[in-house]
Design a binder for this molecule. Sequence first.
Ligand code: HPA
Length: 270
Amino acid sequence: MTAVSELAFNIQSRLNGFQPETAIILGSGLGRLGDEIISPITVPYAEIPGFPLSTVSGHKGCLLAGTLENTKVLCMQGRIHLYEGHAPQSINTIISAFRLLGIKKLIVTNAAGSLTPDMPAGSLMLIKDHINLNLPNPLTGPNDDSIGPRFPDMSNAYDAAERQKIKELASRLNIKLFEGVYIMALGPCFDTAAEVRAFRILGADAVGMSTVPEVICAVHAGIKVIGFSVITNLGTGLKDSPQSHAETLAQADKASASLTLLIKTYLREG
Ligand code: HPA
């Protein structure tokens, strides 16, 4: 058995025959959506052999399986970040296992810093594309051809048709939704002001420390991706105060109500 099929087997054995279709990965301070799943099966990562452990405050570290708005979901309440020291390939193992479990769609959320004053803290951004700042690629190493191709196409990584649906839903719900490019910095330190200026010149609208590895793996595995950033702060140099994780968590919590509403409506109608 490969590490991927072993992990899929270990997760499946905890789901009592439940077959999830959509995976959701919840970012810093955004765990609340998971609380809306009706009578979920809750499996702490620590109880799943081979599952990397999430160590960041604001991340719970549980897999939740259950129904949310008539959709069978598998939710990572707490994500795995590369800055925790995890091998990038461990993210590929998780997402590939999700594919073996039958996941067809992935909704990723994150907390991010804005690279422009036009998109203030509290904003919601639909991710239309990303920039991988030459960070270690989670697909590095031998390719598993049964999961996906060696050289995946990234031209529609954040599915354009799904984004269109979401923009229409947001406008109907009166939720202001920005759309932009997410750039991942490894972290865990926040960015310097010079980096924030550089990211803007590179064409990004928001910066964070996650998401890109999961999205690369999902695209590789043929899973459709929808991504949201909750803007928790203006980037370094664009505001007077220092950055802090406490601010990220507080702002994420504030903005999470409209994100929860949007995702729930999308699951119900999408
Ligand atoms: N930079 C990087 N990651 C972040 C930020 C930021 O300003 N805010 C929330 N996550």
